[in-house]
Design a protein around this ligand. Structure first.
Ligand code: FAD
Length: 459
């Protein structure tokens, strides 16, 4: 088989890509900055999880890892809202009871690395890439003892995350468009502990949200009975991280804002002061590839904010798409990389925007009565007109519709729902034959618009 492949980064996407390319017969070597997480004592005992949805599962299936990971995944059927006044509410994610799944990030990464090695990929740990001579495809590394070394790549993939060395090296080339923007929000991970007999203290089949307008906390279940909570809040200003500097301030803030969670968080104050405060970045770059020599993939190509739970899913879908293109064009990497960029770049941009939009929805709108009513109507439309209407959330999380198409549907769906909700009580009207005739007409018009969009499968 043709070329040998070098991958920068043994994270989720780099390791998965290694498995997929090994399965196609390519020789694969990964260079990873960190020590081997399977043997090194890093990350202590904190469980950190992510939400896996359709696009992620599809790629895992391709790698032959779906069944194994499914056994460790916890289905989350909807959002469980915790309001400030102590009331709670549950919203299904889908009309068909489809779920997104909470999966341990570390566990998944370890399994992907082990599978990559089992299939014959080599992983070189403790190799931090400092730069890439893009035209020559030469990589420069620094080892932990300070020694510098160089590697000549044949075909190179930068799967080295949001601060990718390959991306940075591309940015020095002529006519490369590159941008990055930070949110003025940061995040901190905290823990909800299990009961004495190791059971979950809240409904484990839900993604829990405490929406509070300018800030929010979310919690996803882990298999050990804990929940990983993430507090998203501005760095500065009222209700911000800069205001929480003492144990008393943190305790008072949590008691006021998240009173129902506090009794479940006995390690709250230690977690708050021991765990890092991290920032949230969105990056864009174009082009994503250089000739037939190298390309960016995963967060290296499109780092996005985490509010749609799609970063890893999008990176995994990059791998699926690449795999399809290799099947189609065999060893013609000039065409493969060009087509890969052509199909994935608009989707990377779209998912970045969807994720930013969803932040407002999660922290603010989910607590709003009109928004909740709209969600109920969307569900009813999906049930009544299954061939004509699928909500944007379902398109993103439970289908392989291109993200860019889902993004385009937002405007059409907003206009449709505005018309439907305009001054009327929808659920009273649906018994009325005249209204149904009118609704049938609106749904046909809507469908005529959206069916012109590209619903081609990305996965
Ligand atoms: C708080 C939070 C919650 C999230 N939740 C979700 C979710 O629910 N669902 C979801 O789909 N996505 C989620 N994401 C996004 C997801 O974590 C990323 O999209 C995903 O990890 C990207 O995988 P990757 O392999 O491209 O990059 P990474 O996971 O960042 O891996 C990059 C790898 O490259 C290595 N590396 C970096 N620089 C170098 C270098 N110079 N030389 C060599 N190696 C290097 C790193 O050590 C790492 O191993 C979340 C992100 C955050 C921040």
């Amino acid at each position: 088989m043709g070329r040998s492949v070098t991958i920068l980064g043994a994270g989720l996407v780099g390791s998965l890509l290694a498995v997929i390319l090994r399965n196609k017969g390519y020789e694969v070597t990964i260079y990873e900055r960190r020590p081997d997480m399977r043997t090194a004592a890093i990350g202590a005992s904190r469980s950190i999880n992510l939400a896996m949805s359709h696009r992620g599962w599809k790629a895992l299936e391709l790698a032959g890892l779906k069944d194994e990971v499914e056994e460790l995944a916890i289905p989350m059927l909807g959002r469980f809202l915790h309001q400030k006044d102590g009331t709670t509410a549950f919203q299904n994610y889908s009309k068909n009871r489809e779920a997104i799944y909470s999966v341990s990030r570390g566990d998944l990464n370890k399994r992907l690395m082990s599978l990559a090695e089992k299939q014959g990929a080599r992983i070189m740990f403790d190799h931090r890439c400092t730069r890439v001579d893009v035209a020559e495809n030469k990589l420069h590394f620094q080892l932990p003892d300070g020694i510098e070394t160089q590697v000549q790549a044949d075909l190179l993939f930068g799967a080295d995350g949001a601060f990718s060395a390959l991306r940075a090296s591309y940015s020095h080339m002529d006519r490369v468009n590159v941008s990055q923007s930070y949110l003025e929000y940061g995040y901190k991970e905290l823990t909800i502990m299990p009961s004495r007999n190791g059971k979950w203290m809240m409904d484990k089949n839900a993604l829990h949200i405490w929406p509070r307008g300018r800030f929010m906390m979310i919690a996803l279940p882990n298999t050990d009975g804990t929940f990983t909570c993430t507090l998203f809040m501005p760095f500065e200003g009222e209700n911000s991280f800069e205001k929480l500097t003492t144990r008393e301030e943190v305790a008072a803030f949590f008691n006021a804002q998240f009173a129902d969670a506090v009794p479940l968080m006995p390690t709250l104050l230690d977690d708050f002061f021991n765990n890092p405060l991290s920032s949230l970045i969105t990056t864009h770059i174009f082009p994503w590839h250089f000739k037939d020599k190298s390309a960016l993939i995963g967060d290296a190509a499109h780092a996005i904010v985490p509010f749609y739970g799609q970063g890893m899913n999008a990176g995994f879908e990059d791998c699926t798409r690449l795999s399809m293109l290799v099947e189609e064009h065999k060893d013609n990497w000039e065409v493969i990389l060009r087509e890969y960029e052509h199909s994935r770049k608009p989707n990377g941009d779209a998912v970045a925007q969807l994720a930013l939009n969803n932040f407002t929805e999660m922290r603010d709108k989910v607590a709003d009565a009109a928004f909740l009513q709209r969600k109920k109507i969307e569900k009813e439309l999906g049930n009544r007109y299954p061939d004509k209407f699928i909500s944007v959330y379902e398109m993103v999380s439970f289908s392989h519709t291109p993200y860019s198409t889902a993004m385009q549907c937002i405007g059409y769906q907003d206009a449709l729902l505005e018309k439907i909700m305009d001054g009327r009580d929808f659920f009273n009207e649906i018994g009325n034959a005249d209204f149904i005739t009118e609704l049938d007409g609106w749904m046909s018009d809507y469908h005529a618009f959206v069916k012109q969009l590209d619903f081609g499968n990305e996965g």
